[in-house]
Design a protein around this ligand. Structure first.
Ligand SMILES: [Fe+2]
Ligand SMILES: [Fe+2]
Length: 200
């Protein structure tokens, strides 16, 4: 069993489901915990993807959209300062703040092969699906002279096949996540290209 395994599958208290941190509270936590600018941008990108997906593809209420966004925004909050406690630290912090369990659970299951928690809800699965793919697409944008402009899914797929490109990005997680969520890889890639370009 690896260090990061959380060893449980229930998170938070169901009585807290309506307790959604404000965006300001989430940003404050990021400012406090995350000094690494590119890691912060990664979380902002995933947060914005989650929100956009909840709104455009799932047509969820404004309140649900914020839950999705907060889960994306905070999913790696502990990675900068406590890599060996990655996931456990943020999960326990949010539990101590009585945060909605659906948000905590989505964060806890963003890497099933690392943390041993299976993504169940659509929110869980989308966070898992966006995480690595968003990172790879951002890395690709940095090596293109025009950044995101004119980027095509075909180019992204080529980089996915080239295992030496952004080698730390798990191709297996990307394949597994897209399969679990039942969304075609092309659709995921197109959505990410369209939505994350403007996130600073
Ligand atoms: Fe992570
Ligand atoms: Fe991440």
């Amino acid at each position: 069993m690896n260090l990061l395994t959380l060893n449980r599958s229930e998170f938070g208290d169901p009585a807290n489901e309506s307790n959604i941190p404000s965006l300001e509270e989430a940003e404050n936590l990021l400012d406090e915990w995350v000094k690494n600018g590119s890691l912060k941008r990664h979380m902002r990108q995933v947060g914005m993807l989650m929100k956009a997906w909840a709104k455009e593809k799932e047509q969820l209420s404004a309140q649900e959209q914020i839950k999705w966004e907060i889960a994306g925004l905070l999913h790696d909050a502990d990675w900068d300062q406590w890599p060996k406690q990655h996931c456990r630290k943020i999960v326990e912090e949010l539990e101590s703040r009585d945060v909605a369990p659906s948000i905590i659970r989505a964060i806890a299951s963003h890497g099933p092969s690392h943390f041993g928690v299976e993504p169940k809800s659509k929110m869980d699965k989308m966070l898992y699906a966006f995480d690595e793919l968003s990172g790879l697409i951002h890395a690709y944008s940095l090596m293109r002279p025009t950044g995101y402009e004119g980027m095509q899914p075909k180019g992204v797929k080529k980089r996915l096949k080239d295992k030496s490109f952004a080698a730390q990005v798990s191709r297996e997680d990307i394949r597994d996540a897209s399969e679990r969520v039942g969304v075609d890889l092309n659709e995921l890639i197109t959505f990410i290209i369209q939505h994350q370009a403007d996130v600073e």
